[in-house]
Design a protein around this ligand. Structure first.
Ligand SMILES: Nc1ncnc2c1ncn2[C@@H]1O[C@H](COP(=O)(O)OP(=O)(O)OP(=O)(O)O)[C@@H](O)[C@H]1O
Ligand SMILES: [Mg+2]
Length: 335
């Protein structure tokens, strides 16, 4: 078997908080291969961004990888110094975050910002880097790139600035683009345009994508596989189609019910009652049990491991019963 581009093995991340040590990521494992398109979904606070930040070496100062390994191109990144690690990451991954637009430098022209990595990391001459930036601007659908090259971020619309941010993310020729809620700050029309652009990049250049979102509909559009995160762990993993059609974890089932159906004229708004557990305290039993419609006494003893069920994986002792859940979920609530 070939080496995955990125391999995350039993990743645990702890964060020092006022309330104590928070176990924000608990035993997350997954591989990312070239061309993969993986969606990571889950409620606010489930650990999605911290997982990405751990992989990208961008954890806040109060957080640390307490155990587990991250391999990039087969190399254990903990064995590399900061410089080597940055270099390896830059060759492999680009990133675009929710506040990507805010991260643009207001006093440097957008063209020069895109040209920076080609010029200073890829070693191109000034005019080559300019050409690279212009072609990246075209690649992300910015028309009239020549005349827009010297504009400053505030002279462009929100949608164009987001495209500039994507062009910068692509400027190091990454194999994988990590996207953390890249469209939530945009209006619906521009969101759709950005998603279309990401889909095209996937199709035309085989770019791999890891897409973090609250929005299940988005993963349905651009991802092949999905990881559902709850209380710092993956509780379900599988192909997008299979997961949408036949979820094997009650949390996924409830999330899917909570998602407004864009095809319905009147959105039925379901909600998942209760709150995720406090991860500064030890987890006893299944962390979803207090909110689960399928809970039984044995769910309260040990935390269920993520195990294969059919083509998917599920961290639920009751996953064998998933075909019957539609009839027995009255406890999941509705309004
Ligand atoms: N800098 C920080 N200091 C303290 N706690 C933090 C910090 N960053 C994240 N956390 C906590 O770590 C947990 C996981 O946070 P994370 O940002 O990964 O959630 P998320 O799944 O990305 O949520 P969202 O969907 O809201 O972005 C949460 O409990 C959060 O409050
Ligand atoms: Mg987040």
């Amino acid at each position: 078997m070939s080496t995955p581009l990125i391999s995350v093995q039993d990743l645990n991340v702890e964060i020092k908080t006022n309330r104590g040590l928070l176990k924000a990521v608990r035993g997350v494992s997954f591989d990312i291969d070239a061309g993969d398109s993986i969606g990571i979904v889950g409620e606010s606070g489930s650990g999605k961004s911290i997982t990405l930040k751990a992989i990208l070496g961008l954890l806040p100062n109060n957080a640390r990888v307490s155990s587990g390994k991250i391999f990039i191109d087969g190399k254990d990144i903990s064995s590399l110094d900061k410089r080597a690690r940055r270099g390896l990451l830059c060759d492999t991954a680009g990133m675009i975050f929710q506040d990507a637009i805010a991260a643009l430098n207001p006093v440097i022209s957008v063209g020069d910002q895109i040209a920076e990595v080609p010029r200073f990391r890829l070693g191109q001459s000034k005019s080559e880097a300019r050409q690279s930036a212009l072609s990246l601007m075209e690649q992300v659908g910015i028309s009239d790139a020549e005349s827009r090259f010297s504009l400053y971020p505030h002279q462009l619309s929100g949608g164009l600035r987001q495209r500039i941010a994507i062009a910068i993310a692509l400027s190091g020729k990454p194999k994988i683009l990590f996207c953390d809620e890249p469209t939530t700050a945009l209006d619906v029309t521009i969101q759709a345009q950005v998603l279309r652009l990401l889909l095209e990049l996937r199709k035309n250049s085989g770019l791999g994508i890891v897409f973090v979102t609250h929005d299940l509909a988005v993963t349905n559009e651009i991802c092949d596989s999905i990881k559902v995160m709850y209380a710092g762990r993956f509780v379900e993993a599988g192909g997008v189609r299979a997961t949408f059609n036949s979820p094997t974890h009650p949390y996924t089932y409830s999330l899917l019910k909570a998602a407004p159906d864009p095809d319905e004229a009147v959105h039925r708004l379901f909600f998942i009652t209760g709150e995720a557990p406090n991860l500064t305290a030890p987890v006893i039993g299944c962390p979803f049990a207090p909110r689960c419609f399928a809970v039984e006494a044995d769910c309260l003893g040990a935390e269920p491991p993520l195990l294969k069920i059919g083509q998917s994986s599920s961290a639920c002792f009751k996953s064998e019963n998933h075909n019957t859940w539609a009839a027995s979920d009255s406890k999941s609530g509705g309004k």
